[in-house]
Design a protein around this ligand. Structure first.
Ligand code: FAD
Length: 375
């Protein structure tokens, strides 16, 4: 009989949801986290009374009632609605592309007028769009592409739009209504008190060791628990034996400013190519803050190199093939559950990682009723 039922490697949302339900089942968990705090990428750092999203802006949105009900049992959510604004050389445009954007761009007022202009501009694309540039022009025409898509996307991916695949831009909503809400999901908001309120509740029953890298003493830690829930990078678990998976990273520059309101919105995108950052986040607006000072973060896209935070998996064939080889190894691993964005080499929004953890919990604890067991 080992000391713990589960060894949780990492303390992001995946491990947190697992820990929460394991606790409800009376299981004993040990959490190892290599950072000096719990929460993974949703962790908030408090500065000037403002909850700063340390690893990038996190807005909770979902269409799953099961997920929404669960997170609301852990924290009260405010009415924040993500409505980013784009700054193109001082011209301000609402996002996502909607009637407010079209009206500002062309001085028009009806959907019919907007559609007519876009239809006209789309004619330059003949046949199926072959790359991101053609796809964007076919969706929003040449003006919106030039001012709001091109520079931003090229900064983000470090590549010319002509060299990027068309499917990336399919995810950008285009609306012929005056609706600035970025997401289409049914539910949306920010937990009052910041995400740490949720994180603290998820790990409440666990023993925690911070600043501890599991892979540095893997065998010793494995001996402590019956099963491992691993949420770190999958290639590092297997000692990079087939090679390294690639990521895109980000660099954040955060500063405290002696003003109560710097930009009037939580998220402003800089869509020209010359401004080196892609967006500025003003954290207090996520919670309608009234503090005397403000905290802003400039977000710079960055090429990922060893030692940097791996943020986004690179969604190309080469990396997917490499991941598949690691996935096959993982399937053979006894008593180890691989979950979350790093172990599955997958971009997951928060609601999706919670859904995936629910599925894992249901498999692990047969007969568990998520809805009944979180109240
Ligand atoms: P993580 O949160 O990354 O947790 C993994 C943890 O494991 C980390 O804390 C890491 O330090 C630890 N770890 C790794 N290896 C080891 C090891 N060897 N030993 C010990 N510990 C280890 N989602 C939304 O829904 N809305 C948003 O607005 C949104 N914005 C985002 C913005 C950015 C910039 C990024 C990158 C993501 C965003 N997401 C957003 C997605 C969201 O962050 C993820 O869905 C979620 O955080 C994933 O949780 P996880 O548990 O899989 O991983």
């Amino acid at each position: 009989m080992k000391q713990y039922d589960y060894l949780l490697v990492g303390s992001g949302l995946f491990a947190g949801v697992f820990a929460y339900f394991a606790g409800k089942q009376g299981k004993k968990c040990l959490v190892l986290e290599k950072r000096d705090h719990l929460g993974g990428n949703i962790y908030c750092e408090e500065t000037e009374g403002i909850h700063v999203h340390k690893y990038g802006a996190h807005i909770f949105h979902t269409s799953s009632w099961e997920v929404w009900d669960f997170v609301n049992s852990l924290a009260e959510f405010n009415r924040y609605t993500n409505s980013p604004v784009a700054n193109y050389k001082g011209e301000m445009y609402n996002m996502p592309f909607n009637m407010n954007t079209f009206s500002r761009m062309w001085g028009i007022s009806t959907p019919e007028e907007a559609k007519k202009i876009i239809q006209e501009q789309r004619k330059v694309i003949k046949g199926e769009p072959k790359n991101l540039e053609e796809q964007a022009i076919s969706l929003v025409g040449t003006h919106i592409y030039q001012k709001l898509v091109k520079g931003y996307t090229e900064k983000q991916w470090g590549r010319e739009c002509k060299d990027l695949p068309a499917f990336i831009i399919k995810r950008l909503p285009v609306r012929y209504t005056y609706d600035n809400n970025y997401f289409n999901d049914l539910y949306q908001g920010i937990p009052m008190g910041g995400y740490n309120v949720i994180v603290d509740k998820l790990f409440a029953g666990c023993e925690v060791r911070l600043g501890t890298d599991y892979l540095e003493n893997k065998e010793e830690y494995d001996a402590l628990a019956e099963k491992v829930v691993y949420t770190g990078t999958i290639d590092s678990y297997f000692g990079y034996r087939f090679g390294r998976l690639q990521y895109r990273s980000l660099r954040f520059e955060t500063e405290v400013l002696d003003t109560d309101n710097f930009q009037g919105n939580a998220v402003i995108n800089y869509t020209d190519r010359e401004t080196p950052y892609t967006r500025i986040i003003e954290h207090k607006h996520f919670e309608f803050g009234t503090q005397e000072k403000t905290v802003i973060t400039k977000e710079y896209p960055a090429e990922w190199t060893e030692g940097m935070e791996p943020y986004y998996p690179v969604n190309d064939e080469k990396n997917q093939e490499l991941y598949k080889r690691y996935e096959a190894l993982a399937a053979e691993e006894k008593n180890v559950i691989f979950g979350g964005r790093l172990a599955e080499y997958k971009y997951y929004d928060m609601d999706k990682v919670i859904e995936s953890a629910f599925a894992c919990v249901k498999k692990e604890f047969h007969g568990i009723n998520i809805a009944a067991d979180h109240r």
